[in-house]
Design a protein around this ligand. Structure first.
Ligand code: SAM
Length: 828
């Protein structure tokens, strides 16, 4: 069995190589027949999104689009031995969807094969002593050896000379570089002579070594961020990760398994409990000068009092490439934007400087396009980021600001959402920064502001399980069956369902978020559970085939009782343990970074839309023009392919053959459907409750309370008050069944559809003291004036006469309930 499984993996590799060859072959022949490549101007369709192949990890930010007209020579796959040339057609073709899909399979199959055949102890050594690889990568980057080797040219450089330039002893550096060469990160051309290869050259900042030595912090400026990313990952992130066991297992109870972002593995590694990572980057709790500054005083920038200033600046650049986590333009197919009502408002919450909104605004609201859908975008972030965003858009996309298509707004997402009833609240790579408890607060703020037909779109990595997904009942008893797109692809056996090593990027990120912030990437079932705990029901999961970066779509539903109770007890043991202002009107500043690193993980420079569009065009062309021919059309089949062709088990599998996918364009040229989203069926709340994941059923909700009690219940905190929408229903609601509704909702049939932005979730929210959309935009929207977070509206809310009595009643009931519970002692 094992040998036949190995044969199958081997065969998969053969087919994948054929697929790659086919694409390169076609690109070459297409070039000679259609010199202009004739890109299509296609738009995404729902039907096309599920079959678009894409790999994870995604392409390097430096990959550019390939114009087929630019070459006439036969194309070969880029050589591992040569420095990468991002402008070459050969390199550009590596991001062709079919090639990416094939690469995925090769990486997955090869990884699985080597783990199968390698002596287990060697595999254990690879995992447990692999830290040396990261350490050598760090030395490579910190000593600028890539730039040194680049200057040396193709004949390479002897370690004697590398030692002289870097100051690292000759034998030591030789051994480090040889380890890297052994793992294909460099080449050893002749004894002790090294040169860059395709991988190491990715770290090349393009700067002269003397300039870097003179101005170390300037090394990363205006680069693609790869070098800074290597520095960041191999320095504080690697060190933080080394302390995961201390944080999760060995630490005293007070700090063990903490949900506090400032009590993560990182805090153990750097002995700075209570100081968040970003605060630390700004110098708080950083203590003595960092290693870099001790070793090289030149790194102490401008005699900065912050001993971490080098790391701080490096972090900012390292994050600039995060848009390459997803396929270019994937956001366009991540949600049914076309079916939004014209003029709908999309709130990009924690949107950074608006890189993703830029794609959407150009696609759906371009000022020069009279037929555009005219969607409006409000990009919210911390004041410092908003300032940067306005500057960036004024430089390149000012007409969007001037015409009110795009608006920036300083807003702390832990506080009440000022834009109510938006058509879409969009959260891109936000929730992974935060432990569940905090992420829930962010989602609750959006739930609180949502209309019944508001949609929540969560974009980010969704970690696939390493086993087959059980759609109806997993460990957490989460039902995924009602979620469109949840059970999409299954790679051919015997590959792991999540493609193993080919998906490792998402898992690296997951552990990095855990080690640094106690955040995490989440699986789909974790995302569904988290969303449900904040009153959002996941209905769709849209992702590009082969990618683990996806878009989760959710609709408002009832908020579980447990959540409401938690909100309502800011002084509970749980809240003090989390150290989060659960009522969210306290000291919120300590939970947002004061870090002036531009965007805490977002882009710091707004890419030109033209460049983005070219990348998207690449994919359009890829599907339109370069549809992959059958592997048999390639003259010279790979020797590896013989077994695979004979293998019947692979032939019908869509995943095995990207050719079926390619027949349907990912970004196809359909006219946007202008019909408002009325066509979509919209279940009444009673249905939603019934179809909620089973795990929610045991969560009490106000719907489960007897009317006589629930009608009088008045939560004590302002947020809970608004979430319950008590004032919205002056009359106690008629409750038809214990599970049929959430308190305050009228038990009405499905509302007829209206344009998204106009409908209120009345049962829950009409009590809100917040300003309407238009009023609110006046308070937070900005253009050239001082930027600050708006005041927390909670503070102005006062209970109505008579409500205090009801509040006292519920408080009493809660205290009774709380006494009966066993609570963990607060460690603080
Ligand atoms: C990983 S970035 C994602 C940015 C953007 N959504 C994107 O995809 O490029 C996280 C963003 O959250 C913002 N952020 C962090 N804390 C925040 C808070 N309390 N309120 C609003 N934004 C916050 C950061 O400034 C940063 O722009």
């Amino acid at each position: 069995m094992t040998l036949s499984a190995l044969r199958e993996l081997h065969a998969l590799i053969g087919v994948a190589l054929d697929d790659i060859e086919a694409v390169y072959h076609t690109a070459t022949t297409t070039t000679s027949t259609t010199p202009n490549g004739s890109a299509t101007s296609q738009k995404p369709t729902r039907s096309s999104r599920a079959v678009h192949p894409y790999a994870s990890p995604p392409p390097s930010p430096s990959i550019i689009s390939f114009s087929p007209s630019s070459t006439l020579a036969p194309l070969d796959f880029p050589s591992l031995d040569e420095p990468s040339d991002p402008t070459s057609p050969s390199e550009a073709l590596t991001s062709h969807p079919a090639v990416l899909n094939a690469i995925n399979k090769i990486v997955a199959a090869a990884g699985q094969m080597s783990m199968t055949v390698q002596t287990p102890f060697h595999s254990i050594c690879d995992a447990t002593m692999g830290y040396n690889l990261a350490s050598c990568m760090r030395l490579l980057e910190a000593a600028h050896i890539v730039e040194i080797l680049r200057d040396a040219g193709p004949s390479g450089l002897h370690v004697r000379d590398i030692a002289r330039i870097t100051g690292v002893e000759q034998s030591k550096i030789a051994h480090c570089l040889r380890l890297l060469a052994t793992h294909h990160f460099l080449r050893e051309l002749s004894p002790d002579v090294f040169t860059n290869n395709r991988i190491s050259s990715k770290l090349d900042t393009g700067k002269a070594v003397v300039d870097i030595q003179h101005d170390p912090a300037g090394k990363y400026r205006s680069t693609n961020g790869v070098s800074a990313f290597v520095g960041l990952s191999t320095d504080e992130l690697q060190k933080a990760s080394a302390y995961i066991t201390e944080a999760y297992l060995l630490s005293p109870n007070a700090t063990k398994n903490s949900e506090n972002p400032s009590s993560a593995a990182f805090n153990f590694a750097f002995d700075c409990q209570g100081v968040g990572y970003f605060n630390w980057l700004e110098g708080e709790g950083a203590g003595a000068p960092t290693t870099e500054e001790s070793v090289s005083p030149a790194l102490s920038i401008n005699q900065s009092p912050n001993s971490n200033s080098f790391r701080l600046q490096r972090f900012g650049v390292a994050m600039t490439g995060t848009d390459c986590w997803e396929v270019p333009g994937a956001v366009l197919s991540g949600f049914d934007w076309h079916n939004l009502a014209p003029g709908s408002t999309i709130v990009d919450v924690g949107g950074g400087i608006g890189s993703t909104s830029m794609i959407l605004a150009h696609e759906f609201s371009h000022p020069d396009d009279p037929t555009a859908l005219g969607l409006k975008f409000v990009i919210q972030d911390r004041p410092v980021v908003v300032e940067m965003g306005i500057k960036a858009w004024n430089e390149n996309n000012s007409e969007f600001l001037e015409r009110g298509i795009v608006e920036f707004q300083a807003h702390n997402f832990f506080l009440a959402q000022p834009i109510r009833d938006a058509a879409v609240y969009f959260l891109r790579v936000i929730l992974h920064d935060w432990p569940d408890h905090y992420a829930r607060q962010i989602l609750l703020r959006l739930r609180e502001a949502a209309a019944t037909d508001t949609r929540l779109v969560i974009a980010g990595f969704i970690l696939p399980l390493a086993c087959a997904e059980n759609m109806s009942s997993g460990d957490e008893d989460v039902d995924l069956t009602g979620i469109a797109g949840a059970g999409m692809e299954s790679p051919p056996s015997p590959l792991l369902p999540n493609l193993g090593r080919a998906s490792s990027h998402g898992y690296w990120m997951d552990l990095t978020m855990q080690a640094t912030f106690n955040g995490k990437e989440r699986t789909l079932r974790e995302t569904v559970t988290l969303a449900a705990s904040a009153g959002w029901k996941v209905t769709e999961f849209n992702k590009i085939s082969g990618s683990i970066f996806g878009h989760v779509v959710a609709i408002p539903t009832h908020i579980p009782m447990e959540t409401l109770e938690e909100i309502d007890q800011p002084d509970s043991a749980a809240s003090s343990q989390h150290q989060v202002p659960i009522s969210m009107d306290l000291e919120h500043d300590s939970y947002i970074s004061r870090c002036t690193t531009p965007t805490l993980g977002s882009n710091t420079q707004l890419p030109s839309y033209g460049g983005r569009r070219t990348k998207m065009g690449f994919f359009r062309r890829a599907f339109g023009k370069w549809s992959t021919p059958k592997a048999s059309a390639v003259k010279k089949p790979s020797p590896l392919s013989a077994a695979s062709i004979a293998s019947p088990s692979l032939s019908d599998d869509e995943f095995t053959s990207p050719r079926t996918s390619l027949e349907e364009p990912h970004l196809s040229p359909v006219a946007p459907d202008r019909s408002p989203r009325r066509q979509r069926s919209f279940a009444p709340y009673s249905d939603q409750v019934q179809s909620s994941p089973p795990s929610l059923a045991h969560h009490a909700s106000f719907a489960n309370l007897k009317p006589s009690i629930s009608a009088r219940m008045t939560p004590s905190s302002p947020l809970a008050t608004r979430l319950l929408g008590r004032k919205a229903s002056p009359e106690p609601p008629v409750i038809s069944s214990p599970m049929s509704m959430s308190w305050g909702m009228t038990d009405s049939p499905a509302p007829s559809r209206k344009p998204l932005s106009n409908k209120r979730s009345e049962g829950f929210l009409s009590l809100s003291p917040f300003k309407s959309r238009n009023e609110a935009s006046g308070s937070g929207g900005m253009k050239g004036r001082k930027i600050a977070f708006p005041d927390e509206p909670d503070k102005v809310e006062k209970p109505a006469p008579g409500e205090l009595q009801a509040a006292a009643m519920i408080e009493k009931a809660k205290r009774k309930k709380a006494r009966s519970r066993t609570r963990p002692a607060s460690p603080f």
